[in-house]
Write a protein that binds this ligand. Structure first.
Ligand code: NOJ
Length: 537
């Protein structure tokens, strides 16, 4: 690979530990053929940007053939590329060119469910005796009629759909168009493991595994208990606690099987999408036989205040087993954008937090521009969840709007009508304009990424919390004889951290004007400011 890691990177540290992952939602990144939807050639055109930004790997959300009921998370062929995204040849060219740019490529693997148009499901539903029947989860109606149990779909309504022709229900944790595969069936496992090999043979560097904790269900399919915390206006799925429908004990056996296949190829990474409390999340490391990185979504879920963030980071750092590697995810295509959650000023503080914590950072495309959620007029809604449960604020279109590149029509994303509307501020908030403004959030991201790449302390040094006030969060990163202090003001008013005996120099501030400033005994911060200080003592 042409581009190497920064000078400070310790030798022998796996790329997915020292690197930064950048999530591309392919429909929205770059359109190359004017159909208003992003595609593989579009991604290829933007590889130079990703190198300029400084990230190490791209994770591309699903690009397989799909009826697009859930925008690619309903796969109808696991071994091909959807025509709207390109061809297998174009995919191979993308991988090759990404590698030549020093970028790794991580694919989204969707093993829990396939499309109801997948040939496996068409056979499965064709007759009760079909050999593929058991590849999915079919059950007779409950004794008095109706679905076999009370499970609810993540997108609302029952998680069971009746197939009138064969008189049985099939289970779907998401849309009826996304029937769940039966991972208790060894043929399903073997077929899906071969899919991983197919893509690794093509040079893919790893996988982000969709809803990994869903793969194993209670063999008795017991009813889920009611959720006492459910409030009217919550998503339907919150009615019940997901006690039996996911995270069952035999999941770890399944994960071990996936990992063993990853280990057949050198230097690959397996990242699991898992929304669980931290104690259960860390079990997915599986003592070195599980996923390399169980996605840690706490930065998405935590309230944005110093004490909660401090407690959360400390607790997580201490729960990740010694020999395993942490990771952090502040945003993705399913959750409101970080800049909308914490505000424009704090989005800069969030960038510093993400890029100075111990653990692999995952960035979501456009967050480096401070992109916000875009309000979507009802006639342009695309997301099936919003369509199923309208008006509750569950829709995910707002965080999936097109990437803002420049001042050309449609922000340089497409020459056609974009599949989702663009943000109103795209004429000023785009890569071209922000890239030329040294005080922009994009410039800040670049400086933080460059510093992290150069610094072994920031990539792999120890983390220790520093007690601070109610508005400030502080911690050190330490390696060999180097120590860095990160001080973040989570509030809008100025504040200070007193640390008697501290001597140091500001390396980077979320504002521009402090680099090289000497600090002693205390660190003064303006509102919404964060600084990284190299400590002398
Ligand atoms: C998680 C994905 O991130 C989300 O976008 C999708 O709708 C569900 N899994 C179902 O595949």
């Amino acid at each position: 690979m042409a581009r190497q890691t920064g000078n400070g990177t310790p030798a022998g540290v796996a790329w997915w530990k020292r690197g930064i992952v950048y999530q591309i939602y392919p429909l929205s990144f770059q359109d190359s053929n004017g159909d208003g939807k992003g595609d593989l050639n579009g991604i290829r055109q933007r590889l130079d940007y990703l190198v300029w930004l400084g990230v190490d790997a791209i994770w591309i959300s699903p690009i397989y053939p799909s009826p697009m009921a859930d925008f690619g998370y309903d796969v109808s062929d696991y071994r091909a590329i959807a025509a709207q995204f390109g061809t297998l040849e174009q995919f191979d060219a993308l991988v090759q060119e990404a590698h030549a740019h020093g970028l790794r490529v991580i694919l989204d693997f969707v093993p829990n469910h396939a499309s109801d148009q997948h040939p496996w499901f068409l056979l499965s539903r064709s007759e009760r005796d079909n050999p593929k029947r058991d590849w999915y989860i079919w059950r007779d109606p409950a004794p008095g009629g109706g679905p076999p149990n009370n499970w609810i779909s993540n997108f609302g309504g029952s998680a069971w759909t009746l197939d009138p022709a064969t008189g049985q229900y099939y289970h779907h944790a998401f849309l009826a168009e996304q029937p769940d595969l039966n991972w208790h069936n060894p043929q399903v496992r073997a077929a899906m493991l071969d899919v991983l090999r197919f893509w690794m043979e093509r040079g893919v560097d790893g996988f982000r595994i969709d809803v990994l904790w869903h793969l194993a269900k209670d063999p008795q399919l017991r009813d889920n208990p009611p959720n006492p915390g459910y409030q009217p206006g919550d998503a339907d799925i919150r009615c019940l606690l997901q006690v039996y429908s996911c995270d069952q004990p035999d999941i770890h056996d399944i994960v071990t099987g996936l990992r063993a296949v990853l280990d057949e190829y050198p230097d690959r990474v397996m990242i699991g999408e898992i929304y669980l409390p931290v104690e259960r999340l860390v079990a997915y490391y599986g003592g070195g036989r599980g996923v390399h990185l169980p996605f840690n979504f706490q930065l998405i879920e935590a309230s944005w205040n110093a004490s909660e963030l401090d407690h959360m980071v400390h607790e997580y750092d201490s729960l990740v087993p010694q020999e395993e590697w942490p990771n952090w995810v502040p945003g993705n295509h399913d959750k409101p954008r970080i800049a909308s959650r914490v505000g424009e000023a704090q989005a800069r503080v969030a960038a510093m937090l993400l890029l100075t914590l111990r653990g692999t950072p995952t960035m979501y495309y456009g967050d480096e521009l401070g992109m916000c959620d875009v309000s979507i007029p009802s006639e342009r809604v695309q997301d099936p969840w919003e369509k199923n449960e309208p008006g509750l604020g569950l829709g995910r279109d707002p965080q999936r709007t097109p990437m803002q590149w420049d001042t050309a029509p449609n922000a340089g994303f497409s020459t056609g009508l974009p599949w989702l509307p663009l943000a109103h501020d795209h004429d000023t908030h785009n890569v071209d304009c922000l890239g030329r403004d040294p005080s922009s959030i994009l410039a800040l991201y670049r400086r933080l990424i460059a510093l992290r790449r150069e610094s072994a302390t920031l990539t792999s040094g120890r983390y220790a919390r520093v007690a601070a006030g109610t508005q400030i969060m502080a911690y050190t990163r330490e390696r060999a004889d180097e120590r860095m202090l990160v001080v973040l003001n989570l509030g809008h008013a100025p504040d200070a951290l007193a640390l008697p005996g501290l001597q140091g120099e500001v390396m980077l501030s979320t504002r521009l004007d402090r680099e090289g400033e000497k600090v002693s005994d205390r660190v003064e911060l303006r509102g919404d400011e964060g600084v990284i200080v190299r400590m002398v003592r």
